[in-house]
Design a binder for this molecule. Structure first.
Ligand code: FAD
Ligand code: NAD
Length: 475
């Protein structure tokens, strides 16, 4: 017999978005139900951000050994013990897991249900042998890897982000399909850990990023031995486990074959909208996932949707941002709306690539005349000291200095982008960063330096020189 649970708020999915809403709601005293059908923590903890950044950290350690002679330190070739690399990755997940656990959420006051949830009516869903009736629902069911309609793929073993972090040994030759952030980060990680890696990008590496900045990442990957093939189409997968064969067509139309031991598919994401009973709840979907308005309400006004399942900006911090919008709408009845103008993101290759706001092409398309400011890491003393001179900061502003966007490729770009996030969110002008005093010698000096270049022509121009000479004559 189905038992019915009544709640103020019912959250489907215990990933980055769902956990944030549930934690907030329970701590605010709302009767909260949280439903998860698989692992608590969702993609970010188990198959996404956490294992990928942990693997990249191990890879960076191996690379530091290779780079040591540059500093006069000879450490030989790194010996990578992949079982211990895996133990590091698993250990990081295990250390974070209690924070996302059923126990913690139960202690916070949530009723946690471990089952698949499916709506049966606009205000009711079933999960296992329970029926949940709630005043408000939040769908936070996330996304899964998209699979290209490639002949031969379904019949062959392939990896996705859901299986790649569980590999028992480093692949001999990893073929990476897709040149987005997943493909780029994992190609570099596995190359540094000892695999031969070929990355096949349909257009170019990191096609959503400014080409000038993406080129810096591309150059580094190639310098480290990743065989990056841009403008390359995979037409068929053949061979067998351990010796997979890809049939390729390059930009000029020439065909060839490529053999590798493993294939990682990283060609984008699909929203988890299937088998949710969306029709029974009167919830519509669009091209990217569940359709929502600016308050993240679905076509059923008592149901919100957040995170990857709405298909806007598939990042953990955006899922968390969505959670805050929903709390204000659902619990405080405030008409809070999303504003994506200051949403940053970073790709954690080495060098990292981070951005916020409009890139140069989008700024020109929207504003016509814009000022583009650049500053090279090669001109930064700390970057020189650390031999990390490959990098660039690029800022786009209106001719009057209103900030439109910033992007950084270089060491710690994900950290260095943060003042630009604040400036954009608060509507500050480029001058606000130009006047900033930061410690010397830090990489962070690139920010005031690039901002200061906005004024260089005026400051050191003939009019100012005439003024200074005139003032000097006054005695
Ligand atoms: C390899 C990789 C690396 C990444 N790295 C980063 C990064 O560095 N930084 C960053 O910001 N983002 C990163 N991301 C993206 C990030 O992981 C996602 O944006 C984030 O996890 C989305 O959170 P979510 O809550 O929307 O979904 P998820 O975290 O996927 O959670 C959804 C949950 O819902 C559950 N669920 C689904 N359907 C049902 C149902 N019907 N009933 C019950 N439960 C259900 C699922 O089991 C899952 O646990 C990465 C992604 C990948 C793949
Ligand atoms: N650092 C981060 O924040 C981070 C890291 C990893 C993933 N993520 C998130 O996960 C999402 C998924 O990442 P992703 O890299 O899988 O997707 P993506 O959509 O960003 O990139 C996939 C790439 O694969 C290409 N592609 C599509 N079909 C192809 C085919 N048949 N052959 C070759 N290339 C093909 C696309 O043109 C695209 O460039 C991202 O949108 C991102 O938000 C974030």
């Amino acid at each position: 017999m189905t038992h019915t649970v009544d709640a103020d708020l019912c959250v489907i999915g215990a990933g980055s978005g769902g956990l944030s809403v549930a934690a907030g709601a329970a701590q605010l005293g709302a009767r909260t139900v949280l439903i998860e059908r698989a692992l608590m923590g969702g993609d970010c903890l188990n198959h996404g951000c956490v294992p990928s950044k942990s693997l990249l950290a191990a890879a960076a350690a191996a690379q530091a050994v290779r780079d040591a002679p540059r500093f006069g330190v000879d450490a030989g070739a790194p010996h990578v013990d992949f079982a211990r690399v895996r133990a590091h990755v698993d250990g990081v997940i295990a250390a974070i897991a209690p924070h996302d656990s059923e126990e913690r959420f139960t202690a916070l006051g949530c009723r946690v249900i471990r089952a698949h949830a499916r709506f049966t009516a606009p205000d009711t869903l079933v999960a296992g042998d329970l029926s949940v009736r709630a005043r408000r629902f939040v769908i936070a069911t996330g996304s899964r890897p998209a699979l290209p309609p490639l002949p031969g793929l379904a019949e062959r073993p392939y990896l996705t982000n859901e299986s790649v972090f569980a590999l028992p040994a480093c692949p001999a030759h990893l073929l990476v399909l897709g040149g987005g952030p997943v493909g780029a980060e994992l190609a570099q990680a596995f190359r540094r850990l000892g695999a031969a890696v070929t990355l096949l990008a349909r257009t170019r590496l990191l096609p959503k990023e400014d080409p000038q900045l993406a080129a810096v990442v591309l150059a580094r990957l190639r310098a480290e031995g990743v065989d990056v093939r841009e403008g390359c189409r995979v037409e068929r997968v053949g061979g067998a486990a351990g010796a997979l064969v890809l049939e390729l067509r390059d930009a000029a139309g020439a065909t060839s074959t490529l053999t590798g031991s493993h294939l990682l598919v990283a060609v984008g994401r699909l929203p988890n909208v299937e088998d949710l009973g969306l029709e029974a709840a009167g919830i519509t979907t669009g091209a990217g996932g569940i359709a929502v308005d600016a308050r993240l309400r679905t076509s059923n006004r008592r149901v919100f949707a957040i995170g990857d399942v709405v298909g806007s900006y598939p990042f953990t911090h955006v899922a968390g941002y969505h959670a805050g919008i929903v709390i204000r709408n659902a619990l405080f009845r405030l008409p809070a709306k999303v504003d994506y103008r200051a949403v940053p993101w970073a790709t954690y290759t080495d060098p990292e690539l981070a951005r916020v706001g409009l890139d140069e092409a989008a700024a020109r398309a929207r504003h016509g005349a814009v000022r583009v400011l650049t500053w090279a890491f090669a001109d930064n003393d700390r970057a020189r000291a650390e031999a990390a001179t490959a990098g660039l900061v690029k800022v786009v502003a209106t001719p009057r200095g209103r900030l439109l966007g910033a992007a950084i490729v270089g060491r710690h770009a994900g950290e260095l982008i943060q003042p630009w996030c604040l400036a954009l969110a608060r509507g500050l002008k480029v001058g606000a960063l130009a006047g900033l005093t930061v410690p010397y010698p830090t990489l962070a000096e690139v920010n005031p330096r690039v901002a200061g270049s906005f004024y260089a022509a005026t400051l050191f121009g003939p009019r100012m020189r005439r003024l200074v000479r005139w003032l000097a004559r006054l005695g």
